[in-house]
Design a protein around this ligand. Structure first.
Ligand code: AMP
Length: 633
């Protein structure tokens, strides 16, 4: 069957199509209904069916591949390298599950995971899935204020963490950040379970803090059966940024997610049982959930979990892993490729890459020079794929597992099966059907399996934020601009909201602004994303100081800039640190007091500011133009 027909069936004969896909996983009880869309925009997939993510990722494979590699852990930070077979993984996950049970964790309880890239993080996620606890993994690069808001919202019974992470040889202590986050949050976890890597000293809170090795070691061996969960039960939440400062808990189900991942491994990621998958993401991001932990394991593949940089000890490290573990599919982000592009291209030829079928790239726009460079260097297809934390798996790409198609540079591809993707006019909501018309990329409900169920604890926010932004129609907004060419290939042109994308990391400018505003000498601030040759975008801040009299010379400005960067580092984490903080007397606003972010961004990128008829004081923008001028010349 060609892809066009495959796709049409997924939309026109939805239930039959997905009933077929549902057979890719194990069910305890088969689903009673396939797609329940009786209360739009909510969609319930495979209701009445019972299953378990951990069973499908681990236990199911014991029959055929117990002694084959399941999790390959490599850290170039600590030198650790270890392969866990499916049997060993099964043991570790059960021990972790037993430890969680000791701490009173039950089905439906939340467990927050704030961990570096260590094997225990995967054990912890799978252990939660096993007993029906809802995990909420928070990216280890986030600092105490970001973490506190997530603890506050997820209200976890237990938090699992570690003494430290490490990046480029530099130890980053997690425990003090965690303690501070718990102090800041009004919700307090009952217990904290800590992996001690011996990297940083840890102060323990008596009665609350427990040692991972000690607690899981009590259960050797442990037998903790999988909890059979309704397909529509909650598997996890993952926080993401939007227009407001408050992060949203994207909530996902069990059965729909398992089916979506199993199907995507087959149709998109060319994953065969017994092969090895290597995703260079982090478990703190959705790619880490779907394509480091659950997807490859559900497909019966070995998955590589890598802690370290792409260029340390040298720029050949990833390719050496491809050779050593015979990686068949690899998943990374354009920024990582741009980092490698600055290194000696000979590294791409140094290792035997004959096992590699394709390199998948996602998370941010893939520019043509980067795509060409890596495609020529590796000699394998480069497959761009566009999706979001909310979708859980690709929305636009090409499904080479269904029909081999070529990619077009600059386009992630065509709508994936199950996604009724449309382009609509921003203000009229009218559907745009002609080639090359620019509109907002939207998805017509029902959304496919694997897609977010709702915003954790806030159905109203889910409906309002995502489904009521296009006038006159209830469609899911991706908040991305796009166009479609005459062959049906989409091109993504950037966000319609205040979200920026720095090195593939999605950040809300409002969150960064809130953090900067907490500095005593900041009266007002605007943060915008500006084009950056390496990271895609960089955050740039424009600040009106409360007391400008002290900012007379460059030294004083540099000092305050440094202090503000440090503040963001401490509160949100280095990922959110602005690349520059510029000081101005006033910010460009409309006469009704609305910040003209688009105009600031345009000027900061050296572009025309567009329509400025509503601006209160044009000199505000002129100041920014003057500041940028010498930098760009
Ligand atoms: P996240 O939720 O962190 O995965 O970020 C999702 C956003 O990243 C999307 O809404 C897009 O703005 C951007 N994005 C992800 N993948 C791509 C891609 N392949 N091409 C262009 N933009 C992308």
């Amino acid at each position: 069957m060609g892809y066009a027909e495959f796709y049409r069936r997924s939309i026109d004969d939805r239930d039959a199509f997905w009933a077929e896909q549902a057979r890719l996983i194990d069910w305890k009880e088969p689903p009673r209904t396939i797609c329940d869309h009786s209360h739009p925009p909510f969609t319930r997939w495979f209701a009445g069916g019972t299953t378990n993510l951990c069973h499908n990722a681990v236990d199911r494979h014991l029959k055929d591949r117990a002694d084959q590699p399941a999790l390959i852990y490599v850290s170039t930070e600590t030198g650790a390298e270890r392969t866990y077979t499916f049997r060993e993984l099964h043991g570790e996950v059960q021990r972790a599950a037993a430890a969680l049970k000791d701490l009173g964790v039950q089905k439906g309880d939340r467990v927050l995971i704030y961990m570096p890239m260590i094997a225990e993080a995967a054990f912890a996620m799978l252990a939660c899935a096993r007993i029906g606890a809802i995990h909420s993994v928070v990216f280890g690069g986030f600092a105490s204020v970001s973490l506190a808001s997530r603890i506050e919202d997820a209200t976890p019974k237990v938090i699992i963490s570690a003494d430290a992470g490490s990046r480029g040889g530099k130890v980053l202590a997690y425990k003090p950040l965690l303690d501070e986050a718990i102090r800041l949050s009004s919700h307090k976890p009952e217990s904290v379970l800590l992996v001690d890597r011996g990297l940083a000293p840890m102060e323990r809170v008596a009665g609350r803090d427990h040692d991972w090795a000690e607690l899981t070691g009590r259960h050797s061996p442990a037998a903790v059966p999988c909890e059979w969960l309704d397909s529509t039960a909650i598997s996890y939440t993952i926080y993401t940024s939007g227009t407001t400062g408050r992060p949203k808990g994207v909530q996902r189900d069990v059965g729909g997610y398992a089916v979506a991942l199993a199907a995507s491994m087959k149709h998109i990621f060319l994953g065969e049982p017994g092969e090895t998958y290597f995703s260079t993401s982090d478990i703190g991001w959705v790619v880490g959930h779907s394509y480091i932990v659950y997807g490859p394991l559900i497909a019966g593949m070995a998955t590589i979990m890598y802690e370290g940089l792409p260029i340390r000890p040298d720029a050949g490290i990833w390719w050496s892993l491809v050779e050593k573990y015979k990686v068949s599919a690899m998943f990374s982000a354009p920024t990582a490729v741009r980092v490698l592009k600055k290194q000696d291209p000979a590294f791409l030829k140094k290792y035997d890459l004959s096992s590699l079928k394709a390199l998948f790239l996602a998370g941010e726009p893939l520019d043509e020079p980067t795509a060409r460079w890596i495609s020529d260097g590796l000699g394998v297809p480069i497959i761009d794929n566009y999706w979001q934390t909310e979708s859980g798996w690709p929305i636009l790409t090409i499904a080479n597992g269904v029909e081999k198609k070529s990619s077009k540079f600059g386009s992630p591809g065509v709508p994936m099966y199950g996604y009724d993707v449309k382009l609509v006019h921003e203000s009229t909501g009218e559907e745009l059907t002609r080639p090359d018309e620019k509109g907002v990329v939207v998805i017509e409900g029902p959304t496919p399996p694997g897609f977010m169920q709702t915003v954790w604890g806030d159905d109203e926010r889910f409906v309002k934020t995502y489904w009521q932004t296009v006038p006159g129609r209830m469609v899911y907004s991706t908040f991305d601009w796009g166009i479609r060419d005459e062959d049906g290939y989409f091109y993504i042109l950037g966000r319609t909201d205040d979200v920026i994308n720095v090195a593939g990391h999605r950040l809300g400018t409002r969150e960064i602004e809130e953090s900067i505003s907490s500095h005593p000498n900041v009266a007002e601030v605007a943060v915008v994303g500006v084009a950056d040759p390496l990271k895609g975008q960089a955050a740039m801040a424009f600040v009106v100081a409360r007391d400008a009299s002290a900012l007379t010379d460059d030294k004083a400005k540099l000092k305050l800039e440094g202090d503000i960067m440090k503040l963001v580092d401490e509160q949100l984490g280095a990922v959110a640190r602005p690349s520059r903080v510029h000081f101005v007397n006033l910010l460009p606003k409309t006469r009704s007091g609305k910040l003209l972010r688009r105009a600031i961004q345009a000027v900061a990128e050296g572009r025309d500011a567009g329509d400025l008829t509503t601006i209160e004081d044009p000199s505000a923008l002129q100041q920014i133009r003057d500041l940028m001028g010498p930098i760009q010349k």
